[in-house]
Ligand binder design. Structure first.
Ligand code: GDP
Length: 365
């Protein structure tokens, strides 16, 4: 299953954020693993289209889609050299598909800053450097091995060697592997190395409650935004502490709290949505009288594999997909109406499922 890891220096608010995530979490009964592993939390992906579809279909039940967050504590200066939890930490991070990098942008004299003073740019550099150094070690180890087979004229080894040299050069310059241009084939060649700095990353700028209505005015957030802009990364301002309070509230109370703070929606929802995009994920829906439900697939997934997310039998026995777009259902106002207008398409096994498709699968059992 897909997962996003949360990293950052100690005392930046990772656990506070992670606890808010776990409390806001999806029905844990559906996700037995998250009650076993305290470092894994499952979140529902907020999607207003679900409600809109439900208004038309009137199902008994609405089920959002979800994905995992992993709290990766223990990254400190020197982690790549075995400081702190060191390599154990790095192995956790290798398993995730994308990274949320939490940066401390709140001031609080009572909470120690590991570097002695507030310095978001420096904090980011520290973390990113550890990840780069860990990757450099991985690449150099692999280079040693490939160099031997390359000498014997092995074509694949020659190809891989060339990629590794390019990666090594960037990493030795302190740049992430993601800065090296690689085509799909080259990516495949080095996939098994699981390089940390090849994973997509976004920054969560953790601000204090007083800044959450206008985070972009905070100079620390501005520092983070400048760095992110250079890297082409996204910044999500969030107040971990506020999120921790929000998850305790319900309905009206929550609305009032938002208004008090000048917020339109919870930061957690924005963070979840951003992480979802970061993972390259899209959503399709199934809509019946029993249940309207959102399902997660990677962009570019074909109809049979998309069906396989629901059940492997759906993929194996796939016949066709009956598809209408979310926009078409909304404009027609009813399923029958959409059908009459010819907005329901029959698609075969090569159809690439689009975000917002509403699908009924036909299959042999
Ligand atoms: P971690 O080490 O990165 O997991 O950081 P924690 O989540 O444990 O947070 C460290 C301390 O900072 C805790 O005492 C939190 O209550 C506090 N903290 C977290 N976020 C904020 C914030 O937005 N403002 C303030 N003032 N304190 C915060």
């Amino acid at each position: 299953a897909l997962a996003t890891g949360i990293v950052g220096l100690p005392n930046v608010g990772k656990s506070t954020l992670f606890n808010a995530i776990t409390q806001a979490g999806a029905e844990s009964a559906n996700y037995p693993f998250c009650t076993i592993d305290p470092n894994v939390g499952v979140v529902d992906v907020p999607d207003e289209r679900l409600e809109k579809i439900a208004e038309i279909v009137h199902p008994q039940k609405i089920t959002p889609t979800s994905f995992r967050f992993v709290d990766i504590a223990g990254l400190v200066k020197g982690a790549s050299q075995g400081e702190g939890l060191g390599n154990k930490f790095l192995s956790h991070i290798r398993e995730v598909d994308a990274i949320i990098h939490v940066v401390r942008c709140f001031e609080d004299e009572n909470i120690t800053h590991v570097a002695g003073k507030m310095n978001p740019a420096g904090d980011i550099e520290t973390i990113n450097l550890e990840l780069v150094l860990a990757d450099l070690e991985t690449v150099e180890k692999r280079l040693d091995r490939v160099a031997r087979t390359r000498k014997s004229g092995d074509k694949e080894a020659i190809h891989e060697y060339d990629i590794l040299v390019r990666l090594q050069k960037a990493l030795a310059d302190g740049k992430p592997a993601r800065s090296v241009e690689l085509d799909a084939d080259e990516r495949k060649t080095i996939k098994s190395l699981n390089l940390l700095t090849l994973k997509n990353m976004l920054y969560a700028a953790n601000v204090s409650e007083s800044d959450i209505a206008h985070p972009e005015e905070n100079p620390y957030v501005q520092q983070v935004m400048e760095i992110a802009a250079e890297e082409g990364a996204e910044v999500v301002p969030i107040s971990a502490q506020v999120e921790a309070e929000i998850v305790e509230l319900e309905g009206e109370e929550r609305k009032m709290f938002f208004e008090e703070l000048g917020l339109k929606s919870s930061g957690l929802d924005r963070l979840v949505a951003a992480a979802y995009r970061l993972l390259g994920l899209i959503t399709y829906f199934t809509a019946g009288e029993k249940e309207v439900r959102a399902w997660t697939i990677r962009e570019g997934t074909k109809a049979p594999q998309a069906a396989g997310v629901i059940h492997t039998d759906f993929e194996r026995g796939f016949i066709r997909a009956e598809v209408m777009s979310y926009a078409d259902l909304m404009s027609a106002g009813s399923v029958a109406g959409a059908r009459e207008k010819g907005l329901l398409r029959l698609e075969g096994k090569d159809y690439i499922v689009q975000d917002g498709d509403i699908i009924t699968f036909r299959f042999n059992v």
